[in-house]
Each structure stands twice: as C-alpha cells, then as structure tokens.
Design a protein around this ligand. Structure first.
Ligand code: ZN
Length: 215
C-alpha cells in the first residue's frame, strides 16, 4: 500500500515535471501585506523593508479595464493585512519580486485563477494545475468569465501602446480617418481627423469622402 502510494506520487511528479515544470523557487520570505496595487501586484512589509511582489503565473485586468476593480478587491480580500509567505521565483524587468503568495493553506495565485479574477499567464508559465483551474473557472463563468470574451490584459496593454504609434505613422505618411458611426472618411488636415467619437485609421478606398475636407 505504502509502496503503491509512493510509486503513484513518483509517477505524478515525473509526469508533471516532464509536461510542465513549475518555476524554481529561489528563496522564501514572510511579511505582512500592506498594499494591493491590482489583481496581481502587492506590497509586503518585511522587517522595515517594503517589497513589491508581482504574483507569478497570473495576469489580472489592468486598472482601466473591466473587472480591474473587482480583481483587485478579490486579491485584497485574500491577502490584505495578512501575514504571507512569498515563494520567490525571480525578479521581473521592473525590479519587482516574482513569486507565489501563500496565506495559511491557500496560494493566492491559484485562487485568483480559480475564482475567475485572473488569467493563467501562459506566456510565462505552463503549469497544468493552473491551466486546469482557468478552464474550470471559464466553464463555470466565475468572475470575469461572466463575459463571453473578456479582453486579456496583455492585449489591453498592447492596445494602450498602439494609438501613439498609429498617430505618428499617420502624421508621417498621410492617412485617412474613418468615422465608423457615419462611415465618412476624413483626411489628416480635417478637423474631424482622429476626433470622432468612434473611428479608426483607414485606407483611401474606405467609406464616403467628407463633404468639407474631401476625405
Ligand atoms: Zn473631413
């Protein structure tokens, strides 16, 4: 019985290692959570030092995004004011500590995915257990999965960066703006260029030309 049990564990460990090696824990520290920035970033007071921790393996909606507030609140409910242990996996490019945040028996990273308040950040983590938690949350429409197609934060961030690039490109090359409500096209000299409530950059062949600027 004991042997069979340990064999099963060995097989499990081996297969999970082969399929999806979890990130290596490089160190561990404990402290009190004194701040929650959003659904994936917290501040932990360790002695007299405040350490910013970016939760490993998850990506939560940004502040300006749908569910950004609820995601932040969910993480806050789970960890704020509590003593946590951070299992550090590294440092990200902003100098924040990356890690798994553990409160009592609960790992906050997994819980955020399980409750539907964060994505499993598959670009940086391939753990099967976390992929499964997201799958279950999606099926049950928990948290942000109540939406049919919630916008992943990494796509949101890419879109936030994109408009500036587009404007510069437009100024340099001479482009057109389509009012997507009226289907009227404006050229870049027009006062309506990039000023309509709804719209996007477009080709000369799209929409109807503006009566004033000629499109
Ligand atoms: Zn116009």
């Amino acid at each position: 019985m004991k042997l069979r049990h340990s064999t099963a564990i060995a097989v499990l460990l081996l297969s999970s290692f082969v399929l999806a090696a979890p990130p290596k824990i490089i160190s561990e520290f404990s402290g009190k959570v004194i701040g929650v920035s959003d659904g994936d970033t917290i501040k932990v007071l360790v002695g007299k030092e405040t350490i910013t921790v970016r939760l490993e393996a998850i990506d939560a909606p940004e502040k300006g995004q749908s569910y950004g507030d609820k995601s932040k609140k969910a993480l806050s409910d789970a960890v704020f004011g509590k003593n946590v242990t951070v299992k550090k996996t590294g440092i990200d490019r902003y100098g924040r500590s990356l890690g798994f945040v553990v409160v009592g028996p609960t790992e906050a990273n997994a819980k955020m995915i399980e409750d539907g308040w964060a994505w499993h950040y598959k670009e940086y983590n391939n753990e099967e257990r976390l992929a499964k938690l997201e799958e279950a949350a999606r099926k049950a429409k928990r948290g942000l999965w109540a939406d049919d197609k919630p916008l992943p934060p990494w796509e949101y961030r890419a879109r936030q960066r994109a408009p500036q690039v587009e404007s510069k490109a437009a100024a340099a090359s001479g482009q057109y703006w389509l009012n997507t409500s009226s289907n009227v096209r404006h050229n870049e000299k027009c006062e309506h260029f990039q000023k309509t409530k709804k719209g996007r950059l477009c080709e000369r062949s799209e929409g109807k030309p503006c009566g004033i600027c000629g499109g």
